[in-house]
Structures are given as C-alpha cells and as structure tokens.
Design a protein around this ligand. Sequence first.
Ligand code: UGA
Length: 451
Amino acid sequence: MAPLKITVIGTGYLGATHAAAMAELGFEVLGLDVVPEKIALLASGRVPMYEPGLEELLSAHVAGLPGSTGRLRFTTSYEELGAFDADVHFVCVNTPQKHGEYACDMSYVDAVVESLAPHLTRPALVVGKSTVPVGSAERLAAKLTALAPAGEEIELAWNPEFLREGFAVQDTLHPDRIVIGVTTNSSARGEKLLREVYATPMGEGTPLVVTDFPTSELVKTAANSFLATKISFINAMAEVCEAAGGDVVKLAEAIGYDERIGKKFLRAGIGFGGGCLPKDIRAFMARAGELGADQALTFLREVDSINMRRRGHMVELARDAVGGSFLGKRVAVLGATFKPDSDDVRDSPALNVAGQIHLQGGQVTVYDPKGMDNARRVFPTLGYADTALDAARGAEVVLHLTEWREFRDLDPAALGEVVTDRLVLDGRNALDPALWRAAGWTYRAMGRPRA
Ligand code: UGA
C-alpha cells in the first residue's frame, strides 16, 4: 500500500516539527507556509528558529538534500498543495492573542480553511492542531463542508498538540498521549485515517483518547491552564515564604515527593511566559465569558495576576539590592528568552524585567545564548553583550533570569573578577547558592531566606 500523503500547513515550531516527524514516520509530506523566506530556509534543511534536533530531523528527509529520504517538500502555493492530492491535511498555524483583547486571533486558522477548501475535490481529512477556543472545530467543519467542492466528503478532526519548545522533536515523536476529537455525526473515516497515521512508532504504547470536538479543544486549554496554575501556586508560596522567612525551594521539594502533587512545574521564580501559557489562560477566560461560564475560571485571573506580580517583584528586589534606585547603576541580565533551549522571547519574563529596569534608568546589559537576535528586535534600546562575562563587566548586580545550562556552569570566581559588586539575584532558583557564596558572592533568590 502506498504511504499516506500528508500536508502540514503552517511551519512554525508546531508545523515544522510535525512535518519532519510525519516524514520520519514514512509518510509523503508537503509543508506549506505563506512566508516565502521560511519556506526557502526549510527547503534547504534549516529552521527559522532555535529548536534542538529539528534541523537534523528535517535534513534527513527534505527532498534534494544529500542522503535524505526525499519524503518532505515545502511550498508557498495552495495550487501545488491541491495538485499533491493529499489524504490528510494538518492545520498548524498559530492563534496569538488579539491586539488589545484577551480572545485569541483565529484569522490564520480561518484563512487556511478558506485557502485550502477550494482544492479539496475528493474525500480527505482536515486535522486541526492549533490551540483554539472551544466551539471552533464545529464552526470550521461547517465552513469546510460549505466551501470544499467535495462537500460532505471532507471530514474534520481535532488533534491538539502538547509539545514544549526546546523539546519539540522529542515531544512530537514520543507524546504522552494522543487526543482525537471527532464530530458525533461523522462517518468515522476521519478517526480511522488518524489512527492509521498514529499506528506508527509515534503511537506505540501511547494512550489514545478519542472524544468529541469540544472536549478535544478543551483538553489543550485545560492542560495549559493546569500547568500555569501549578507555577502560580508555587510562586504564591514563594511570596508567603518570603514574608515568613521560609524556603520555597525546600517546600517545593517536600510537597513534590507526594506523587499526587509531583515535582514538575514547581520551580518558583519570575514566572511563566512564552507564546502559549499566558495567552491560553486569557483566551480561555474570554471564551468562558462568551459561554456564560466565566465564574468557573475566575481563579485563572488570580493565576495571571500572581504571575505578572513576579516580574515586578524581581525588579523591586534588584532595586533594593542596588540601594533604592537604578539611576547610574549597571545591571547585568543573564537570559532573555522565556525559557532555556529556545530563542523565543515572546512575553518573556526575563526581557520584561530587563526592560522595566532600563525604563527606570538602569544601565542594562543582556546576554542570552540563543535569544540575542530576537531580543534586539523586540527591545533594541537595551545593551547587549556577546558573553556572560562581558555582560557582567562593571555590573553592580547580576540578575539570573533564564536558567540556561551555560549559566549554571558559569565559574562564579571568574565572573566575580569583572563585576563591581559580587551580588547575584537568582530569578529562577536554578543556581547553586553554596557555589556562589563560596566565591564571595551575596546570593539572593525569590522565595528563599537571605543568608
Ligand atoms: C507549553 C506547554 O508546556 C506545552 O505542553 C504546550 O504544548 C505548549 O505550551 C503549547 O501550548 O504549545 P512551552 O510554552 O514551550 O509549552 O513552555 P513550558 O515548558 O510549559 O514553560 C512555560 C513557562 O513556564 C516558561 O516561561 C518557564 O520558564 C515557566 N516555568 C515552567 C516556570 O516558571 N516554572 C516551572 O516550574 C516550569
């Protein structure tokens, strides 16, 4: 039997990784994006973002590259996509927060459906992977039926993605679970096709949850809301620890031994950021409001509020540490991305803190292992250095704001030689206090007692 033909529309973190993973599993894949520069890069086996392992996976399959399987091609043209005559089309475009609103912007998803539909002339399955407000799948299914020449023969399934940036390849190829949402009145052909896609090493031993449209959409927002809540919970505990003289790191360790609680996502610090958790909890609240269920999610407002307070609190700690004002003070910032192993600075707590200090008159120099280009683009008025050592030169305080391995491996003694004051504030509770103190540093962290 010939391998299934698959298209992947949208080639960001999600789409580029999904396309490469589908090729890895043996399918014939065509990736489409409307940004020609992105497509040109991908077609040469490179990726427009930093994502460990993705370039290697792509290069193994992109047609025309030496030694590749040739199973993966890219295009900007829906005509070419139509001619490819695929069995399954994955929609992987992003749904960012709307400007000036909490709701998410569905215009990219709708544009994909409108551009794709005229090319659907024979039975095919369209699979939504984007994070969307509950109710979208049903609306999009109706739109597809109305716009596609094959009409009722086009099925839609919802198949949310749970990958983390920095672990996109691993999470895509070895997911914790696969969720498939189908409409109750479907012919079940969609479910059968998707099961075929996942009846590969990707799905082996992986729990498969088949459910209806709304549940499948909600699983994704519920999962991200739970993760955000867990982080804000431990950050709330950090606030109390600071007030009471407790140690949030020990507290997290101790409660984490209870398997019902678990150790993961209990690292207190400057809080969560990125393109997903912050906008997803807000879009979820907005959607619940539209559904008349806003009361159910009022706690998410508090989750958001605790999270945003962390950034301000870090700025306060730094201001206190340098004597009450940033004016004339040199501040070194280690980290600009929203998390390590990514070059993404979207809603980055680190960059937010750096920016606030700059706006309060501090002389801020930032260093990040992979996020410099994006940080410069978003915040061009900050100072940037090529190494951690250069960022720290002459600094009165060093702020550790993204927990890259490179920062944990820094030699505090060497760094101590170039700063004006050996004062470090750990906004991620990830450095080793004993190591820094032994090298003569004053080490302070969020939610931990001062030594
Ligand atoms: C998140 C989810 O973890 C993925 O499962 C989901 O698929 C993805 O959103 C998405 O919706 O696409 P991601 O945004 O890549 O993934 O990042 P996370 O690893 O979840 O981290 C989010 C933020 O929380 C980061 O800023 C991180 O520094 C912060 N964090 C995480 C903490 O402050 N403390 C922790 O203990 C853990």
